[in-house]
Write a protein that binds this ligand. Structure first.
Ligand code: 5AD
Ligand code: SF4
Length: 465
């Protein structure tokens, strides 16, 4: 066992949140305890994001800040571990910029973390008085893994799944990674570099994980993949499966009442999935389908392999199959050479689709991407202005949808007591909108019908029916 405490901080997307939950379980299984106090841990783990410049700059300022907490006379230095996308992209550069970091590990390899921590702890003689225990811990770890100590050996993104312990507890909403990596090569994006090529887990492995989670109390499952529509893991017949096929099998678990999947790629969205939205009641009617931009020229330069017309057609088909369906999306403004006219086409798409929740970003040039080298980079002031205008348009459509919910009965999975008034309980409805009702805490963890009585931009309020 590794008698040490760790403090873990997560940045970035849902995938990183999922990875972090598995990392906690992994370190726990080696006897390490998670602590909330960031100033008193034996190991500091940062699971990082590289998607935009701001995100990756934050990691270095965070490292500097944390280092200072320990840079006090007589205080023991922790082991600093940098995981995830910054680790993959910046590699050894991290050791140069922050020399006190001793572990840099990409997300494909976080299963190697206990071994590396054991070594690093040994180096700083944290467990010097417990040689015997440490020796045993190392033996145990070595038994478990065939180790590669170097950062640069390429592993398939799936290898880690064979090395992770089974979860021993689950939230009501469980996230399960079904696929790793991305092969789309959008010209702005670092993910193909940081997360590697696209690979799908087998259905067997995913269903075993969900089976375990539903026994531990999960009622909602969110299947995660960078390109989840391209899921093609091996099915029970030994042939490549599909997302729709996988979801049909997930729906067979009685305890699982709600199914979501994230993130979709428009031109890969299959007719089989559209059909499933017609017939499968467990499939939630919110589709997260990032369009990024509304102009075909910009989409082409982004190497997004669809047009605005095709995008609108998919949405029409989805709504024809199931009129309850609503769409959420991501947008990038100020991509190289984006003209005012191009940008207005993005605003036009927002007015047509009436997205209900979106993320909008200023384009951020990233190292080793095609778009970063393009001429025609847009001035930050122009980007900021377009972002503001887009966000105001998005706000209008979200507001409008929230208001349209008043008077409807919606199903809500309750999760928390309100922080401001303990007589109120908060949950999420089919569309992931926060819903607040006066109720007893005993409804937490259950799905109940709620009649919506009022709506603001941020949430809905109602009563149990
Ligand atoms: N600049 C700005 N936004 C980006 N995204 C991805 N790469 C960049 C970039 N270089 C956005 C996209 C994607 C979301 C996860 O982040 O909108 O869907
Ligand atoms: Fe960030 Fe993308 Fe990596 Fe997620 S996959 S952590 S969003 S760079």
């Amino acid at each position: 066992m590794l008698k040490a405490t760790f403090h873990l901080k997560t940045f970035g997307c849902q995938m990183n949140v999922y990875d972090s939950s598995r990392i906690v379980e992994l370190l726990n299984s080696f006897g390490m305890k998670e602590v909330v106090d960031e100033a008193n841990a034996d190991v500091i783990v940062l699971n990082t994001c590289y998607i935009r410049e701001k995100a990756s700059a934050k990691i270095f300022s965070e490292l500097g800040r944390l280092y200072k907490l320990y840079d006090v006379a007589g205080k023991r230095q922790p082991v600093f571990a940098v995981l995830g996308c910054v680790a993959k992209a910046e590699g050894e550069n991290i050791f140069r910029r922050a020399p006190y970091v001793s572990i840099v590990l990409s997300s494909q390899k976080y299963h190697l973390l206990p071994e590396l921590i054991a070594n690093a702890i040994h180096d700083v003689e944290l467990v010097s008085k417990e040689k015997e225990e440490e020796r045993k811990a190392k033996k145990e770890i070595k038994k478990k893994y065939k180790l590669s100590h170097t950062m640069n050996t390429e592993l398939s993104g799936l290898e880690k799944f064979d090395c992770l312990p089974q979860s021993t507890k689950s939230d009501k909403v469980a996230f399960v990674q079904v696929q790793e990596g991305c092969d789309n090569f959008c010209t702005y994006c670092v993910v193909p570099n940081t997360r590697g090529r696209e690979v799908s887990r087998s259905e067997e492995s995913i269903l075993a994980e969900i089976d375990n989670l539903q026994r531990l109390g999960a009622v909602e499952v969110n299947l995660l993949g960078q390109n989840v529509d391209c899921y093609n893991g091996i099915g029970e017949d030994g042939k490549p499966s599909s997302l729709a096929h996988l979801i049909k099998n997930v729906a067979k678990f009685d305890n699982i009442k709600r199914i979501r999947y994230t993130t979709s790629y428009p031109s890969k969205f299959s007719d089989e999935m559209i059909e499933l939205h017609r017939v499968e009641p467990k499939l939630m009617p919110l589709v997260y389908l990032p369009i990024q931009a509304g102009s075909n020229e910009v989409l082409h330069k982004m190497n997004r392999k669809y047009t605005r017309e095709q995008y609108l057609e998919i949405i029409q088909k989805l709504k024809d199959a199931n009129p309850n369906i609503q769409i959420s999306s991501d947008f990038i403004v100020g991509f190289p050479n984006e003209t005012e006219e191009d940008f207005e086409k993005t605003l036009d798409i927002v007015r047509r689709v009436k997205f209900i929740q979106c993320y909008a970003f200023k384009y951020s040039p990233r190292p080793n991407t095609v778009a970063a080298k393009m001429e025609g980079q847009i001035d930050n002031k122009v980007k900021a202005d377009r972002l503001r205008r887009l966000q105001s348009e998005l706000r209008k459509s979200q507001d409008e949808f929230n208001k349209s919910c008043v008077g409807r009965v919606m199903s809500v999975l309750f999760s928390d007591v309100s922080k401001t008034n303990p007589k109120y309980i908060i949950g999420k409805n089919e569309y992931l909108q926060p819903v607040i009702v006066p109720a007893d805490a005993s409804i937490i963890g259950t799905i109940c019908d709620v009649e919506i009585e009022s709506a603001s931009y941020a949430n809905l309020r109602g009563k149990l029916v």
